[in-house]
Design a protein around this ligand. Structure first.
Ligand SMILES: C[S@@+](CC[C@H](N)C(=O)[O-])C[C@H]1O[C@@H](n2cnc3c(N)ncnc32)[C@H](O)[C@@H]1O
Length: 306
């Protein structure tokens, strides 16, 4: 089915109201992008938690409607819901299904993370071994769906590289803020015995299960909403969370309870400049803390004390 895409750029504080108005008008999907990103790769789809605003100063919202939707009617109705809206802020474009799928696949190429781990889109058949043929590759096949986590974002890359460097054989892992499930699935493919994914977005849990099934590891992945996750029930051998600095600070005691004594742990989703406060907070429960950076983003890793 083809679609009509309505796009507009708004300031960060205008995003929640605009999203709600587009929802009210029957948008089938809404995508958020950084309006200042220079390349498509930088335009990571950002899925803020409830009440959180994206960090970008201006945001492009792309909303899809049925192809037959009335452009003028939509513009007028949106103008009534958003009094600050100028008519020339809106652009419309017809989107064919095929274009849409191809655009997504064109952007998403096989990507290596660390020594063995690769993320491959479904339209490209991966090799079984590295170029010299002496090492088997660990491949995650991915369609992130509506959830964050395709490997193109620096924070996901930092986390995947950290996982690739660990010996995960037979270990249990908790992935808090699992999004597409990419980190938990990568850990399972790298040899972890079982994994738990937690996310406050039910759509992310659906995407995680779906991606795990397609990668043949669903029988070893359990997913939970945060309110259903019992941190102390079975502390994990390895703990990872890629969220944002705010929730990472608040959730530190939960993470401490959810990681076994001695467990390697990593957190990301932290912007350069936000790490010192988190280092101080996490030092209460975690040792050997170190900071690694990619572009504007930071990963903190260490070990649960005990
Ligand atoms: C940056 S994405 C990371 C996705 C994936 N783990 C990755 O590394 O690409 C953050 C995810 O955390 C979820 N999230 C944000 N705040 C959360 C919270 N307080 N509790 C649980 N999940 C949260 C979001 O819904 C989103 O799916």
């Amino acid at each position: 089915m083809p679609f009509l895409e309505l796009s507009l750029i708004v300031r960060t504080e205008q995003q929640p109201g605009t999203e709600e108005a587009l929802d009210d008008l029957g948008a089938l999907s809404i995508t958020l992008q950084d309006a200042n990103a220079e390349t498509p790769d930088e335009q990571a789809i950002f899925e803020p938690g409830v009440g959180e605003l994206p960090l970008w100063p201006t945001i492009t919202l792309n909303a899809l409607f049925d192809a037959g939707a009335d452009r003028r009617g939509l513009a007028e109705a949106l103008g009534e819901l958003l009094p600050w809206l100028e008519p020339d802020q809106l652009t419309f474009r017809d989107v064919a299904d095929q274009d849409w799928e191809r655009a997504w696949m064109d952007q998403f190429k096989p990507m290596p993370f660390g020594r063995r781990l690769w993320i491959y889109p479904w339209n490209i058949e991966p090799p079984t071994h590295n170029e010299s043929g002496d090492e088997e590759l660990v491949v995650v096949r991915l369609d992130p769906g509506l959830a964050f986590g395709s490997g193109t974002h620096p924070t996901t890359a930092l986390c995947l590289e950290w996982l690739d460097a660990l010996d995960l054989a037979g270990k249990t892992l908790t992935d808090f803020g699992c999004g597409s499930g990419i980190l938990a699935i990568a850990a399972l493919k790298l040899g972890a015995a079982s994994a738990v994914g937690v996310d406050n977005d039910p759509q992310a849990l659906t995407a995680s299960i779906d991606n795990a099934e397609r990668n043949g590891v669903a029988d070893r992945l359990a997913v939970f909403l945060p309110q259903d996750f019992n941190a102390t029930a079975a502390p994990a051998d390895v703990f990872i969370a890629n969220i944002l600095a705010g929730p990472l600070g608040e959730l530190a005691p939960t993470f401490a309870a959810a990681a076994k004594p001695g467990a390697p742990f990593a957190i990301s989703g932290i912007l350069v400049g936000q790490q010192d406060e988190l280092l101080q907070r996490y030092a209460e429960w975690f040792d050997d803390l170190r900071v690694d950076t990619r572009e504007d983003w930071v990963r903190i890793s260490g070990r649960r004390r005990g």
